[in-house]
Design a protein around this ligand. Sequence first.
Ligand code: AFP
Length: 346
Amino acid sequence: MASEQMTLAAYLEAWSAGDASRQEVSATILEMAKASAELSALVAEGPFVRGLAKTIGDAGGGDVKKFLDVEAHKLFKAALQNAPVAAIGSEEADNAEILNEKAPLVVAIDPLDGSSNIETNVSIGTIFSVLPVAEGMSPDEALLQAGNAQVASGFVLYGPQTTLVMTVRDGTQLFTMSPKDRVFRLTRANLQISPNKAEYAINASNERHWPKPVQTYMRELNAGTAGARQRDFNMRWVGSLVAEAYRILIRGGIFLYPGDSRPGYEAGRLRLVYEAIPLALLMTEAGGAASDGTRAILDIKPDDLHQRIPLVFGPPDEVRRIEYYFQVPPVEQDSPLFSDRGLLRD
Ligand code: AFP
């Protein structure tokens, strides 16, 4: 069905093929894409838009609220008024906001991820999750379903290109917005995460705060060819989750933002509902895995719209390895045998 260069609208038309529920999902994604094309233009204006990166509040837990965060929220909320969406659960609003109350879908969204990178001209993005409103379910309850309930998810990367990475649970598809006509076209169909890329993404400055399983795993990677992994690893850390996710989908690697001992970081920094859950579906549909270190992200039922979650994603073998280290008692991890050979031979 998916042929390179087909437009997002054509792809969704072929996928929904007369099915009313699928047509509702398609209409929602098309409204998200339209709004992201508008946001892309605003981001590209950069310093010509007064106060674009201005801090206008504190979102708590190390997150500050920027002017563009709020503008992005308004943009997507206005767009989704035109879609079959009952409510939007946004990082930029304390509570879910009702749009079309009896509509069959809800959308969880991080309107602008990576806002600390706006003034440094580094890629930033939008992350979204689309969930069904089951019979008798309120929009608030619909937003707090486990990630396995998602009917679609995606993120938009505002970088050198504006790209939409999206799944309707039929593989992970990459659409690039042509600067000529601002139309999204399929440029990579059915992405598959490479299992072999020796590259990790973690904020290494937090090493002393990490739990021992993560310290053990990272010590092995940094031991290079002389260590248990018997290969040298490279590091990348952009500070925009969407940029890391895009790179890992394109060339492989492992991402970790663990919980750590800093006050407020016990469950890490990233949000479950509108960051980890949508990304986990994209990774899984691309043959990867996503975990909080002990559970698959897609199995976790959120308690709160804004709850944080430790997040690891990448090739299944790497994610399983990290999960295993969370099961091994720390004392074993300190033994010389472990540090030389590790518990899992490659
Ligand atoms: P901002 O939106 O506040 O820039 O946070 C971005 C983010 O949530 C995520 O996109 C990054 O992966 C992560 O924070 C970077 O966190 P550190 O600054 O602690 O490395």
